[in-house]
Design a protein around this ligand. Structure first.
Ligand code: IVH
Length: 670
């Protein structure tokens, strides 16, 4: 069939238009058309291609059929190692890098490309004679997981190059901020844990086993490196980028090509100033020698090339005024000062109106006063901090902040305990302490009383229904009175009472950790529950009996005995009211990769907290532990891992990255 010229023209036009909108959406943060309009254009192209098969082109954005479901990923060696980059944090360190390069090349006019560093997930794409044959994750740099089926579903991964080269292209897969926020909104709605940042979201999405799900995640790929290549298709990175872009790849936007310290530094600053307008997170600039012959002469170290460096931008900072300091009282009486800002400031995607000042030593160290102009910083996902007080902007006489003598809530005496920085309210019946203890008891990490959050606890305390944990179990007697409180409809009250009733048979270890005994975390609570098997057994145990348990030290043992001695009345009451925590049960876990395995986690996982992850492993019949030893079967390596990795390597322990770990957990969970 001969296609009409108009069909051919329209097809070409649509492909161009869709590529343009890809760039607008994924890179520039300025989509010009609504999603529905994009989908309409996409469908129009698909229909034209269906009706005119001779016009279809393997490189068309429509050629991305489902890869189906995978059983798991296969680990494959990289053609050449995927290296990382060295970092520079100052102009001085940049100068040292440039000096080294110029000395080695014995030339001062070395040209560099300076471009944004994309905060994404490194992947490698292998093209043979112009066709995409394989896509791998970075993995440990030497081997990566084969995620070809998933990468094929990204509209910005061209399935064909504009020329028939055999070449490996490397770059970052990322999720832009808009897609990230939409994904997290969806996850919250369906009660799934949100991703901490777009990078984690991208990493997690790439490891999904269903490529249809991957396609829905709106991931993008940006090309920034050349891996193994056949022949010498280009002499410079700039030429390679031209090929990338003519094949439909996204390439780092706002690149500059220049030489000399000052000019390069100027580019770094320009990229910093422009990065806010981009649709994705940029955490630095990459400075790389343009000529491939220069790169070859400079070579690489075991970890990184000598021809490139990453200039990391400092954490984001903003200036605002300290309006007041609020004091919070914690479960154990700790009084914590919090700075309140006016106006709130915008820092890495969130509005920050408060930040913890930790304790009075910190207030003294900063010498911060009400009315001061302050600098607030938030590095990545880390909580906001007051990092400096701008003393030269201080106007008039501001009073310095003195430590408190009394608790801001109950007015009881407040003091610092020997050897502690924290100021504590000594009154165990301080309403704030009581509230925190009850909130802690009722929280998800505690016995989990649905519907009993901060607000309800505050009301119950204020109306004097509750003064201690045991009072929760007396609430049924006050049902009628509770119904009289505004907002306490019948259904709500009955649901709450039913939720409280259920906790009478809470698992023993949960009940124990919910009591909030000092030094007794979830792990210790579990070990103790497993050892004694009943609440009565625990109540009767002596310091020596506690010390006999693996992992229980003298502080914990003393803490337990002291708590049970001091709280005899409360515990008797709770028992009399029918609370009988359930003894730990041993259930046989179904077959899965963690069953019977000793596992250690290091670094941060994409979505799960350490406790959640360990609990899942335990449910699957594995035993998590805190340190690597000869017994360890698997080390799970999250982000910013610690020295455990070296230890595991020296012992030959198998490693699994955090994303794979979470995927395997989700698959294995009954
Ligand atoms: S060039 C040998 N350019 O950052 C590696 N890398 O922290 C050459 N990255 O491993 C990499 N944006 O995965 C290059 N514009 C960019 C980049 C970039 C992000 C990643 C890359 C690298 C990591 C180092």
């Amino acid at each position: 069939m001969v296609s009409t010229p108009s069909a051919r023209t329209r097809v070409l036009e649509l492909r161009r238009v869709l590529e343009h909108h890809n760039r607008r959406y994924y890179v520039d943060a300025r989509p010009e058309i609504p999603d529905a309009e994009y989908d309409r254009l996409y469908r129009e192209l698909q229909e034209l291609e269906d009706n005119h098969p001779e016009l279809s082109d393997p490189a068309s954005p429509t050629r991305r059929v489902g890869g189906g479901r995978l059983e798991g990923f296969v680990t494959v060696p990289h053609a050449s190692q995927m290296l990382s980059l060295d970092n520079a944090y100052s102009k001085e360190e940049l100068r040292e890098f440039l000096d080294r390069v110029m000395r080695s090349l014995e030339r001062s006019d070395v040209e560099f490309v300076v471009e944004p560093k994309i905060d994404g997930v490194a992947v490698s794409l292998q093209y043979e004679e112009g066709r995409l044959v394989r896509g791998l994750t970075r993995g440990d740099g030497r081997t990566g997981d084969d995620i070809t089926a998933n990468l094929r579903r990204l509209p910005t991964v061209p399935l064909n190059l504009s020329a028939r080269q055999t070449l490996e292209i490397r770059g970052e897969v990322f999720m832009n901020n808009r897609a990230f926020e939409a994904l997290n909104r969806e996850r919250k709605k369906s009660d799934e844990p949100p991703f901490v940042n777009p990078r984690n979201a991208a990493a997690g999405s790439l490891k999904l086993l269903d490529s249809d799900e991957v396609a829905a995640r709106k991931l993008a790929f940006m090309a920034h490196s050349i891996g193994r290549m056949q022949g010498r298709p280009f002499a410079t990175y700039t030429e390679a980028l031209a090929l990338f872009e003519s094949s439909g790849f996204l390439a780092p936007p706002g690149r500059g090509r220049t030489s000399g310290l000052d000019a390069i530094f100027g580019e770094i600053e320009r990229i910093y100033a422009e990065k806010h307008a981009l649709a994705f997170d940029v955490d630095g600039a990459v400075i790389k020698a343009d000529r491939l012959s220069d790169r070859q002469r400079l070579g690489e170290t075991a970890k990184s090339p000598r021809w490139a460096i990453a200039y990391k931008y400092a954490a984001e900072r903003a200036e605002t005024t300290l309006k007041k300091i609020e004091f919070g009282v914690g479960r154990t009486g700790t009084i914590t000062p919090t700075a309140i800002f006016d106006p709130p400031v915008q820092l890495s995607r969130t509005t920050v109106s408060r930040a913890t000042l930790h304790n009075f030593d910190e207030i003294k160290r900063l010498d911060v006063r009400i009315g001061d102009r302050v600098l607030v910083e938030k590095a990545g996902e880390i909580i906001p901090q007051v990092v400096a007080v701008l003393k030269d902007k201080r106007r008039g006489r501001l009073k310095s902040i003195r430590s408190l003598k009394t608790c801001p809530v109950c007015r009881g005496s407040a003091a610092r305990l020997e050897g502690e920085v924290a100021l504590r309210c000594a009154n165990l019946s301080c309403p704030a302490q009581v509230a925190r203890r009850i909130e802690y008891y009722a929280s998800k990490g505690g016995v989990d009383i649905e519907g009993l959050g901060e607000k309800i606890v505050a009301i119950l305390i204020e109306r004097k229904f509750v003064k201690s944990i045991s009072d929760l179990y007396r609430l049924p007697r006050h049902r009628e009175k509770l119904l009289g409180i505004e907002g306490f409809a019948e259904k709500r009250v009955d649901n709450l009472l039913a939720a409280i009733e259920r906790t009478k048979r809470a698992p023993l270890e949960r009940f124990l950790s919910a009591l909030g005994i000092q030094h007794i975390g979830e792990e210790a609570a579990r070990d103790i529950a497993a050892q004694f098997g009943s609440f009565d057994g625990i109540r009767r145990a002596s310091v020596d009996e506690y010390l006999a348990i693996d992992g229980i030290g003298p502080r914990m043992a003393a803490g337990m005995v002291q708590f049970f001695r001091r709280n005899k009345r409360l515990l008797n009451e709770i028992q009399k009211l029918g609370v009988r925590p359930a003894a730990p049960k041993r259930v046989e876990a179904p077959d899965n990769p963690f069953k019977g395995k000793h596992l250690v986690i290091t670094g941060a996982l994409p979505t799960l907290s350490r406790t959640e992850a360990e609990e899942s492993v335990r449910k699957l019949g594995g035993s998590p532990s805190g340190s690597v030893s000869k017994k360890t079967d698997i080390l799970v390596v999250g982000e910013d891992p610690g020295s455990k990795v070296d230890k595991a390597r020296s012992l030959g322990v198998a490693m699994m990255d955090g994303v794979t770990f979470e995927t395997r957990i989700r698959e294995a969970m009954p």
